[in-house]
Design a protein around this ligand. Structure first.
Ligand code: NI
Length: 136
């Protein structure tokens, strides 16, 4: 385990009380754990702005499965990016509607580019790219 350092933080009462309410609702057992997560989030957010850093992306798209061309394009885009595409899950949302969750790995610049390509395909009703930087 890495060496732990203690720090002291001064906050006004109102700010601390709002913070305590939120973290209690979220289920945190201690302020320290909540603050550690906030710092990790901030560090990871910072990393995710660098297009050359290696990370993961979860691309979720919603579309109508009657659009055969779209399904072919979705599949061929993933096949032509074999190194980036780790996995995909298909979920039947409703009678005509499907959701596909595609997990990608690679440089952030490439992940955003491929994610945007997938989302902008004609027939995709809804799409989102979530970048994940697993460290620290
Ligand atoms: Ni389906």
């Amino acid at each position: 385990m890495q060496k732990v350092e203690r720090i002291g933080v001064s906050l006004d009462k109102m700010l601390l009380s709002s913070f305590d309410k939120i973290i209690a609702r979220q289920g945190y057992q201690s302020r320290s754990e909540a603050v550690r997560d906030l710092i990790r989030q901030q560090l990871s957010r910072e990393k995710l702005t660098n297009p050359k850093v290696n990370a993961y992306a979860v691309v979720s798209i919603v579309y109508n499965h009657h659009s055969t061309k779209l399904m072919q394009k979705l599949t061929s885009l993933q096949h032509s990016h074999l190194l980036q595409t780790i996995s995909s899950i298909h979920i039947h949302l409703a009678k005509d509607e499907c959701m596909e969750v595609i997990v990608l790995r690679g440089r952030i610049g490439e992940l955003n580019h491929l994610g945007e390509k997938l989302i902008s395909l004609k027939g995709v009703k809804q799409g989102e790219i979530n970048l994940v930087y697993p460290k620290p």
